[in-house]
Design a protein around this ligand. Structure first.
Ligand SMILES: C[S@@+](CC[C@H](N)C(=O)[O-])C[C@H]1O[C@@H](n2cnc3c(N)ncnc32)[C@H](O)[C@@H]1O
Length: 234
Protein backbone atom coordinates (compact mmCIF):
# COMPACT_ATOMS: atom_id res chain seq x y z
CA UNK A 1 0.00 0.00 0.00
CA UNK A 2 1.25 3.49 -0.76
CA UNK A 3 -0.27 6.91 -0.13
CA UNK A 4 1.06 10.41 -0.80
CA UNK A 5 0.27 12.90 1.95
CA UNK A 6 0.67 16.65 2.32
CA UNK A 7 2.89 17.44 5.33
CA UNK A 8 1.72 21.04 5.61
CA UNK A 9 3.69 24.28 5.37
CA UNK A 10 6.51 23.46 7.80
CA UNK A 11 5.25 23.46 11.39
CA UNK A 12 4.04 19.98 12.32
CA UNK A 13 1.05 21.57 14.07
CA UNK A 14 -0.44 21.98 10.58
CA UNK A 15 -0.20 18.28 9.67
CA UNK A 16 -3.69 16.77 9.52
CA UNK A 17 -4.65 14.12 12.08
CA UNK A 18 -5.25 11.64 9.26
CA UNK A 19 -1.77 12.33 7.84
CA UNK A 20 -0.19 11.88 11.27
CA UNK A 21 -2.01 8.56 11.78
CA UNK A 22 -0.76 7.26 8.43
CA UNK A 23 2.85 8.20 9.28
CA UNK A 24 2.63 6.62 12.76
CA UNK A 25 1.38 3.39 11.14
CA UNK A 26 3.90 3.30 8.27
CA UNK A 27 6.62 0.74 7.52
CA UNK A 28 8.29 3.16 5.09
CA UNK A 29 8.25 6.98 5.10
CA UNK A 30 9.73 8.69 2.04
CA UNK A 31 10.26 12.28 0.98
CA UNK A 32 12.64 15.14 0.39
CA UNK A 33 14.98 15.82 3.32
CA UNK A 34 13.31 19.10 4.29
CA UNK A 35 9.85 17.49 4.37
CA UNK A 36 11.02 14.44 6.31
CA UNK A 37 12.36 16.90 8.92
CA UNK A 38 8.83 18.30 9.38
CA UNK A 39 7.37 14.90 10.35
CA UNK A 40 10.53 13.30 11.85
CA UNK A 41 9.21 13.39 15.44
CA UNK A 42 6.27 11.09 14.67
CA UNK A 43 7.99 8.56 12.39
CA UNK A 44 8.05 5.26 14.29
CA UNK A 45 11.51 3.93 15.20
CA UNK A 46 10.64 0.72 13.33
CA UNK A 47 9.97 2.55 10.03
CA UNK A 48 12.48 2.74 7.22
CA UNK A 49 13.05 6.35 6.13
CA UNK A 50 13.89 6.90 2.44
CA UNK A 51 15.19 10.44 1.95
CA UNK A 52 15.77 12.00 -1.44
CA UNK A 53 16.84 15.16 -3.21
CA UNK A 54 16.39 16.56 -6.73
CA UNK A 55 19.26 14.50 -8.12
CA UNK A 56 18.53 11.07 -6.64
CA UNK A 57 14.72 11.16 -6.42
CA UNK A 58 14.04 8.78 -9.32
CA UNK A 59 16.37 6.09 -7.91
CA UNK A 60 15.04 6.57 -4.35
CA UNK A 61 11.44 6.34 -5.53
CA UNK A 62 12.29 2.96 -7.11
CA UNK A 63 13.16 1.75 -3.59
CA UNK A 64 9.84 3.08 -2.27
CA UNK A 65 7.94 1.37 -5.11
CA UNK A 66 9.74 -1.94 -4.42
CA UNK A 67 8.72 -1.74 -0.74
CA UNK A 68 5.14 -0.96 -1.76
CA UNK A 69 5.05 -3.94 -4.15
CA UNK A 70 6.49 -6.11 -1.34
CA UNK A 71 3.38 -5.31 0.72
CA UNK A 72 4.81 -2.67 3.07
CA UNK A 73 2.75 0.33 4.21
CA UNK A 74 4.46 3.25 2.47
CA UNK A 75 3.83 6.95 2.94
CA UNK A 76 5.38 9.57 0.64
CA UNK A 77 5.33 12.99 2.28
CA UNK A 78 4.99 16.16 0.20
CA UNK A 79 5.57 19.79 1.15
CA UNK A 80 2.33 21.68 1.89
CA UNK A 81 -0.50 20.26 -0.17
CA UNK A 82 0.15 17.81 -3.00
CA UNK A 83 -2.45 19.50 -5.18
CA UNK A 84 -0.59 22.81 -5.48
CA UNK A 85 2.84 22.60 -7.07
CA UNK A 86 3.16 18.92 -6.23
CA UNK A 87 1.91 17.07 -9.28
CA UNK A 88 5.24 16.65 -11.07
CA UNK A 89 6.56 14.81 -7.99
CA UNK A 90 3.31 12.84 -7.74
CA UNK A 91 3.77 11.77 -11.37
CA UNK A 92 7.28 10.52 -10.49
CA UNK A 93 5.85 8.47 -7.61
CA UNK A 94 3.20 7.00 -9.90
CA UNK A 95 5.75 6.27 -12.65
CA UNK A 96 7.91 4.38 -10.12
CA UNK A 97 4.91 2.41 -8.82
CA UNK A 98 3.47 1.75 -12.30
CA UNK A 99 -0.05 2.84 -11.35
CA UNK A 100 -2.03 5.79 -9.88
CA UNK A 101 -1.68 6.24 -6.11
CA UNK A 102 -3.97 7.73 -3.47
CA UNK A 103 -3.41 11.24 -2.11
CA UNK A 104 -4.28 12.90 1.19
CA UNK A 105 -4.42 16.70 1.03
CA UNK A 106 -2.40 18.85 3.37
CA UNK A 107 -2.43 22.54 4.25
CA UNK A 108 -0.64 24.49 1.53
CA UNK A 109 1.64 27.49 1.97
CA UNK A 110 -0.94 29.20 -0.28
CA UNK A 111 -3.66 28.64 2.33
CA UNK A 112 -1.50 30.07 5.09
CA UNK A 113 -0.67 33.05 2.87
CA UNK A 114 -4.37 33.60 2.13
CA UNK A 115 -5.05 33.56 5.85
CA UNK A 116 -2.20 35.96 6.74
CA UNK A 117 -3.16 38.39 3.97
CA UNK A 118 -6.96 37.95 4.12
CA UNK A 119 -7.60 37.13 0.49
CA UNK A 120 -10.46 34.93 -0.54
CA UNK A 121 -9.84 31.94 -2.81
CA UNK A 122 -12.89 32.78 -4.97
CA UNK A 123 -11.13 35.88 -6.29
CA UNK A 124 -7.62 34.44 -6.41
CA UNK A 125 -5.73 32.26 -8.87
CA UNK A 126 -2.82 30.03 -7.80
CA UNK A 127 0.13 29.72 -10.16
CA UNK A 128 3.42 27.92 -9.64
CA UNK A 129 6.66 28.47 -11.52
CA UNK A 130 8.34 25.81 -9.36
CA UNK A 131 8.08 23.30 -12.17
CA UNK A 132 10.04 21.70 -14.97
CA UNK A 133 9.27 22.44 -18.60
CA UNK A 134 8.28 25.59 -20.44
CA UNK A 135 7.24 28.41 -18.09
CA UNK A 136 5.97 30.64 -20.91
CA UNK A 137 2.28 29.52 -20.82
CA UNK A 138 2.17 30.04 -17.06
CA UNK A 139 3.71 33.50 -17.39
CA UNK A 140 1.07 34.47 -19.94
CA UNK A 141 -1.66 33.08 -17.70
CA UNK A 142 -0.44 35.27 -14.82
CA UNK A 143 -0.80 38.36 -17.03
CA UNK A 144 -4.37 37.34 -17.89
CA UNK A 145 -5.20 36.71 -14.23
CA UNK A 146 -4.25 40.27 -13.30
CA UNK A 147 -5.97 41.72 -16.37
CA UNK A 148 -9.11 39.83 -15.27
CA UNK A 149 -9.04 41.67 -11.90
CA UNK A 150 -8.11 38.64 -9.87
CA UNK A 151 -5.46 38.30 -7.18
CA UNK A 152 -2.56 35.95 -7.88
CA UNK A 153 -0.79 33.73 -5.37
CA UNK A 154 2.48 32.75 -7.01
CA UNK A 155 5.19 30.24 -6.14
CA UNK A 156 8.46 31.43 -7.71
CA UNK A 157 11.09 29.24 -9.36
CA UNK A 158 14.30 29.23 -7.30
CA UNK A 159 16.43 26.94 -9.49
CA UNK A 160 19.59 27.64 -11.49
CA UNK A 161 20.22 31.04 -13.04
CA UNK A 162 18.90 29.98 -16.46
CA UNK A 163 15.44 29.08 -15.10
CA UNK A 164 15.23 31.17 -11.95
CA UNK A 165 12.01 33.20 -11.80
CA UNK A 166 11.99 34.80 -8.39
CA UNK A 167 9.65 37.59 -7.17
CA UNK A 168 11.88 40.34 -8.61
CA UNK A 169 11.91 38.57 -12.03
CA UNK A 170 8.14 38.01 -11.87
CA UNK A 171 7.59 41.71 -11.12
CA UNK A 172 9.94 42.80 -13.92
CA UNK A 173 8.23 40.45 -16.38
CA UNK A 174 4.75 41.74 -15.46
CA UNK A 175 5.81 45.38 -15.78
CA UNK A 176 7.30 44.61 -19.21
CA UNK A 177 3.93 43.12 -20.20
CA UNK A 178 2.17 46.37 -19.33
CA UNK A 179 0.81 45.43 -15.90
CA UNK A 180 0.74 48.63 -13.79
CA UNK A 181 3.43 48.92 -11.11
CA UNK A 182 0.88 50.04 -8.49
CA UNK A 183 -0.45 46.54 -7.83
CA UNK A 184 -0.12 45.91 -4.06
CA UNK A 185 2.36 43.06 -3.70
CA UNK A 186 3.48 40.96 -0.75
CA UNK A 187 6.16 38.31 -0.37
CA UNK A 188 6.14 36.02 2.64
CA UNK A 189 8.99 33.72 3.63
CA UNK A 190 9.06 30.60 5.84
CA UNK A 191 5.36 30.64 6.66
CA UNK A 192 4.58 28.91 10.00
CA UNK A 193 8.33 28.95 10.75
CA UNK A 194 10.66 31.89 11.07
CA UNK A 195 8.29 34.10 9.08
CA UNK A 196 9.27 37.28 7.27
CA UNK A 197 6.93 39.49 5.27
CA UNK A 198 7.45 42.28 2.78
CA UNK A 199 4.68 44.58 1.52
CA UNK A 200 5.04 47.09 -1.28
CA UNK A 201 4.07 47.60 -4.88
CA UNK A 202 4.83 45.48 -7.93
CA UNK A 203 7.25 48.20 -9.12
CA UNK A 204 9.10 48.17 -5.78
CA UNK A 205 9.41 44.39 -5.88
CA UNK A 206 11.92 44.47 -8.76
CA UNK A 207 14.63 45.61 -6.32
CA UNK A 208 13.98 43.00 -3.65
CA UNK A 209 15.73 39.70 -2.99
CA UNK A 210 13.96 36.81 -1.28
CA UNK A 211 14.96 33.31 -0.24
CA UNK A 212 13.84 30.12 -1.99
CA UNK A 213 11.20 29.57 0.70
CA UNK A 214 9.01 32.43 -0.43
CA UNK A 215 5.51 32.86 -1.81
CA UNK A 216 4.08 35.97 -3.45
CA UNK A 217 0.70 37.67 -3.47
CA UNK A 218 -0.11 40.21 -6.20
CA UNK A 219 -3.39 41.88 -5.38
CA UNK A 220 -5.79 43.13 -7.96
CA UNK A 221 -6.15 46.91 -7.77
CA UNK A 222 -9.92 46.66 -8.22
CA UNK A 223 -11.45 43.53 -6.68
CA UNK A 224 -13.93 41.89 -9.02
CA UNK A 225 -16.55 41.60 -6.25
CA UNK A 226 -16.54 45.35 -5.56
CA UNK A 227 -16.85 46.04 -9.29
CA UNK A 228 -19.89 43.77 -9.50
CA UNK A 229 -21.44 45.31 -6.36
CA UNK A 230 -20.82 48.83 -7.70
CA UNK A 231 -22.42 47.89 -11.03
CA UNK A 232 -25.44 46.45 -9.15
CA UNK A 233 -25.87 49.61 -7.04
CA UNK A 234 -25.69 51.90 -10.08
C1 LIG B 1 7.49 22.53 -4.94
S1 LIG B 1 6.69 23.89 -4.21
C2 LIG B 1 5.59 22.99 -3.16
C3 LIG B 1 4.46 23.83 -2.59
C4 LIG B 1 3.58 23.01 -1.66
N1 LIG B 1 2.97 21.90 -2.36
C5 LIG B 1 2.51 23.84 -0.98
O1 LIG B 1 1.33 23.50 -1.10
O2 LIG B 1 2.86 24.79 -0.27
C6 LIG B 1 7.88 24.47 -3.06
C7 LIG B 1 7.85 25.99 -2.93
O3 LIG B 1 6.65 26.38 -2.25
C8 LIG B 1 6.93 27.56 -1.49
N2 LIG B 1 6.67 27.26 -0.07
C9 LIG B 1 6.40 26.06 0.47
N3 LIG B 1 6.23 26.15 1.80
C10 LIG B 1 6.41 27.46 2.11
C11 LIG B 1 6.38 28.20 3.33
N4 LIG B 1 6.15 27.59 4.50
N5 LIG B 1 6.59 29.52 3.28
C12 LIG B 1 6.83 30.15 2.09
N6 LIG B 1 6.88 29.50 0.91
C13 LIG B 1 6.68 28.17 0.92
C14 LIG B 1 8.40 27.92 -1.71
O4 LIG B 1 8.48 28.82 -2.81
C15 LIG B 1 8.98 26.57 -2.11
O5 LIG B 1 10.18 26.69 -2.85
Amino acid sequence: MIICIGAGPGDIGYLTQRGAALIRDADVVAGFDAVIRVVQSIIPASAEVIKMNYRDQVAQLELVAAAHHAGKRCVAVFMGDIHFSGFQYLERVERACGHPVDTLPGISSAQILASRTKVCFDETTFITFHRRGDLAPFKRHLVHVLEDLRNAIVIPCPWDAARSFMPRDIAAYLLAQGIPGEHPTEVWENLTGNEAEWRGSLAECVDREFTDMSIMLIRTRTPMASQIEAAGAA
